[in-house]
Design a protein around this ligand. Sequence first.
Ligand code: GDP
Length: 297
Amino acid sequence: MVLAELGQKITQALRKLNQATVIDEKVLNEILTEIASALLGADVNIKYVAKLRDAVKTIVTLQMNNAAVANIRKLIQSTVVQELTNMLQSENKPYEFKKGKPNVVMFVGLQGSGKTTTCTKFAYHYMRKGWRVGLVCADTFRAGAFEQLKMNAAKIKCPFFGHKKETDPVKIAQEGVNFFKEQKFEIIIVDTSGRHKQETALFEEMQQVQAAVNPDTALFVMDSSIGQACYDQALAFNKAIKVGSVIITKLDGHARGGGALSAVSATQSPIIFIGTGEHFDDLESFNASSFIKRLLG
Ligand code: GDP
């Protein structure tokens, strides 16, 4: 189920409350079952669906016998909205860039997740805000990664560092970061290798690059189109390298984004942007509360 449809289904379920003259446990259960099935249909992890259901039930049941129907209706609606918002946000804050110093950001994610495109979008976003941004290609694994990032950098007019023939990602990451630091760049983005799947070699390489460049934050790029698999992937990446924040890609078109959006709690890190297309300006800042409001119309 695509995200827009999920929003409609939840809104429809909540609207049923308007017709109910009595709101008792049975009505509440019916509404929650409908919402839960919509969430599961959009790939939200079953653990979070159960958590949301229990939280709404606990809060609403406490008031059920004492409040007027209109108030119970409002309470259910606002609690569902609040719990959905909680599911998508983290208590941890993202790293904040500081002016006048080099801020090193290491991008990690599987091959095909949209990492290289997202590095470029991210660079473009900050360049337009007046920051001095440099892009480092430390992806020595994927053939064509060097050319792709170099070409992207040229398109957005962003300084680029890379060596086509260098095979050691650690060396190149270190050289690139030093190069931009010496020139007083403010945001230094390091694009690292991905692999087709999570594997020890990938995680070891990530850890070595991290140890070499000591980034201020690691940004995890996750493809929303992989649905339920997002949860395990987010957990594995966060275990291998402490993820500072997350960008979810491909949330445009017919994305079933529920899996990715809810999986973020596995990293306990905030989603900071979502990718909504292939163009360099298809990057939206993410705020859980406005995202849910927009989803529910
Ligand atoms: P990498 O292997 O992780 O570096 O992935 P790439 O950056 O090469 O992206 C893989 C494919 O996904 C490319 O065709 C991108 O244009 C596409 N892509 C990346 N982000 C998005 C997005 O937000 N929406 C859509 N529709 N496509 C995206």
